[in-house]
Design a binder for this molecule. Structure first.
Ligand code: NAD
Ligand code: UDP
Ligand code: UDP
Length: 316
């Protein structure tokens, strides 16, 4: 099964934004990587630079269907992450999280693989506790537009912990907070990609609501470091563990920074706030710091610079 330290690692959603960076890092560590993706939001282009690598394999497959492969570890990232995409076919979003989790857990059980779930800060919903620590149970609307994503991810967490309790599966659950960087989907409507593209194109910068809502943005390389640290942690460490950058800013301030960094003439315009849009979000990362010795190291300015360069190249 294993050859020295080289493992066979399955990354579901590996052709997506975070998944493609993760595949890259795993290959760089000498592992064999099986990237499984149905290309709903991910693209072959995201992993095109890896296709010539003999230790990399790309498979088109939808995780809502069973998958029989032999692997040592599984990173389960398959699921559209942006509201525009996960609300496009909400039933499929819930199926991806719930049935996808069942299939990947069944696979992990059969081959005795360690399995990590990419959960989300959205399990906290629109929180009354700030910042959010892992013992907070959240405030989620079960029947709203965001519910397919939030509740799907919550149910996936439930499944992970029940497979642990019933089958002693080695599970790892990380709750990812807003992440940004190169290979974000240009049309997925997320705030960092939207604002950078609008600024580069000289279009109006769209602030939803008054722009006073907050988020905390983690650069993708830091985030991937957190996923790797979690996977490598001991059997007793299951999570859930928050992974994110605790530096919190308002969306208006983010827009001003981006306008400044791109020397853009774009003007801010207000648009209606989408329903159930959380007012505040910031991770408490004390647990990740203590148990994984992990904390982000890339400042917002540096991360934005790299992301702006990527989008500038894309729009050239
Ligand atoms: P993404 O949309 O770029 O990537 C998701 C990938 O999953 C895509 O490649 C997509 O094609 C694939 N996919 C979707 N449904 C699938 C299915 N049924 N079968 C197989 N593949 C499928 O999003 P991302 O930002 O890279 O997010 C990756 C993971 O991290 C997701 O699970 C997401 O919920 C989680 N997450 C991301 C963020 C963030 O800020 N980016 C925050 C919290 C959690
Ligand atoms: N499964 C899979 N690959 C495997 C093993 C299982 O996709 O290698 C799927 C299988 O289709 C099943 C699910 O995982 O529906 C859950 O498997 P488990 O063994 O936990 O449950 P059961 O098969 O008993 O329903
Ligand atoms: N947002 C915005 N303008 C945009 C896109 C998003 O003001 O063009 C806001 C959005 O309403 C939310 C925040 O930015 O308050 C982050 O949105 P995103 O979709 O990136 O992530 P999420 O809401 O899932 O945290």
């Amino acid at each position: 099964m294993r050859y020295g330290d080289t493992k066979r690692i399955l990354v579901t959603g590996g052709a997506g934004f975070i998944g493609s960076h993760l595949c890259e890092r795993l290959l760089a560590r000498g592992h064999n990587v099986l990237c499984v993706d149905n290309f709903f939001t991910g693209t072959r282009a995201n992993v095109a630079h890896l296709l010539g690598e003999p230790r990399f394999e790309l498979m088109r497959h939808d995780v809502t269907f069973p998958l029989y492969v032999e692997v040592d570890e599984i990173f389960n990232l398959a699921c559209p992450a942006s509201p525009v995409h996960y609300q496009f076919d909400p039933v499929q979003t819930t199926k991806t999280s719930v049935i996808g989790a069942i299939n990947m857990l069944g696979l992990a059980k059969r081959v005795k693989a360690k399995i990590l779930q990419a959960s989300t800060s959205e399990v906290y919903g629109d929180p009354e506790i700030h910042p959010q620590s892992e013992d907070y149970w959240g405030r989620v609307n079960p029947i709203g537009f965001r519910s397919c994503y939030d509740e799907g991810k919550r149910c996936a967490e439930t499944l992970f912990f029940d497979y642990r309790r019933q089958h002693d599966l080695p599970i790892k659950v990380v709750r990812i907070f807003n992440t940004y960087g190169p290979r974000m989907h240009p049309n997925d409507g997320r705030v960092v990609s939207n604002l950078i593209l609008q600024a580069l194109r000289g279009e109006h910068i769209t602030l939803y609501g008054d722009g006073q809502q907050t988020r905390s943005f983690c650069y993708v390389d830091d985030l991937v470091g957190g996923l790797l640290a979690m996977m490598e942690s001991g059997h007793e460490i299951t999570g859930p563990i928050n992974i994110g950058n605790p530096v919190e800013i308002t969306i208006r301030h983010l827009a001003e920074i981006i306008i400044n960094m791109t020397s853009s003439r774009s003007k801010l315009v207000n648009r209606p706030l989408p329903p159930d849009d959380p007012r505040q979000r910031r991770p408490d990362i004390t647990l990740a710091d203590r148990t994984l010795d992990w904390r982000p190291s890339i400042q917002l300015h540096e991360g934005l610079q790299r992301t702006i360069s990527y989008f500038a190249e894309l729009t050239r």
